[in-house]
Design a protein around this ligand. Structure first.
Ligand code: ATP
Ligand code: MG
Length: 261
């Protein structure tokens, strides 16, 4: 990793790849995780690896909806934990909401490995200097973030098998779920249960992106760190959201980058 010059145009992308390769070796990811990431990278290339204006608007909306929620929860899979776990733990600390490890290809070993990773990240963040604009005891706020997923005592109605499992105190009782990199089937099932589903997905054409309540078409680590800065800096109210507008705008940004050639 240290060999990539700071001026390399793909530096951030290569570092993310390396992080995922290392995590795969440690048993944190499903076999298909690197393929899923590669598909995301292709869309990010078309977005010029930058957060577009409509994605910023979507991140603000997600911040507002999480702040207005009664029982918000952040659902984290392997790729999200590796690329954006720390930012999302900071977000959870400010909101006072739980994080739930919930993965598509569920094995007890991977759940356990991800729980350990997130608990280590929580420990590191609790020792950081409190963010600017945060008032209160940062250490105790961070330490209070519950990391759920070890016990699957809830069910997502409409799904079958291991994919229907969740934590009753997390996704099971949430009204608003931030679930970066969700799968289309699960997104649909959660929406059918009347929950607000807020997603981060680089593909504006995926079923997840099209079915979610709010879609952030952006890379998960960029979007999560911006989400944190909005949540710590301002409190805003949800708007009358038209999700198709951000999906069309992201496609337009991608089309423009094709036209430039
Ligand atoms: P769906 O199930 O919603 O129809 P899919 O089956 O095409 O979508 P999945 O395999 O479920 O896709 O998930 C992979 C998708 O996750 C990629 O196509 C991409 O859009 C998204 N993705 C992957 N890595 C990232 C990332 N780092 N940031 C944001 N999105 C990502
Ligand atoms: Mg899918």
């Amino acid at each position: 990793m240290a060999d990539i010059p700071t001026s390399h145009p793909r530096r951030a992308s290569l570092l993310s790849r390396q992080r995922l390769v290392d995590a795969a070796k440690l048993g944190l990811l499903a076999d298909s995780a690197l393929i899923a990431h590669g598909r995301g990278e292709a869309f990010d290339y078309l977005l010029n690896e930058r957060t577009c204006d409509s994605a910023r608007t979507a991140i603000r909306e997600v911040a507002a909806r999480l702040q207005a929620a009664e029982h918000p929860v952040i659902s984290i899979n392997g790729n999200t934990a590796v690329l954006a776990g720390k930012s999302l733990i900071r977000v959870a600390a400010i909101l006072g909401c739980p994080i739930e490890v919930n993965i598509y290809y569920r094995t007890p070993e991977r759940i356990e490995n991800l729980l350990v990773l997130l608990k280590n990240q929580r420990q590191e963040i609790s020792e950081e200097i409190a963010p600017k604009k945060f008032s209160g005891n940062w250490k105790s706020k961070v330490e209070a973030v519950k990391i759920l997923g070890a016990i699957s005592d809830g069910r997502i109605l409409g799904l079958e098998g291991p994919r229907s499992l969740c934590s009753a105190d997390g996704i099971g009782s949430a009204d608003v779920i931030l679930v970066p990199l969700e799968d289309g089937d699960r997104c649909e099932a959660l929406i059918a249960l009347g929950k607000q589903v807020l997603v981060i997905d680089l593909n504006p054409l995926s079923r997840t992106a099209r079915q979610a309540t709010v879609t952030i078409v952006d890379e998960v680590s960029r979007a999560s760190s911006l989400l944190f800065s909005y949540i710590v800096e301002e409190k805003s109210n949800p708007t009358d959201w038209d999700n198709d507008v951000v999906l069309k705008d992201a496609l337009e940004v991608m089309a423009q980058s094709v036209k430039r050639i």
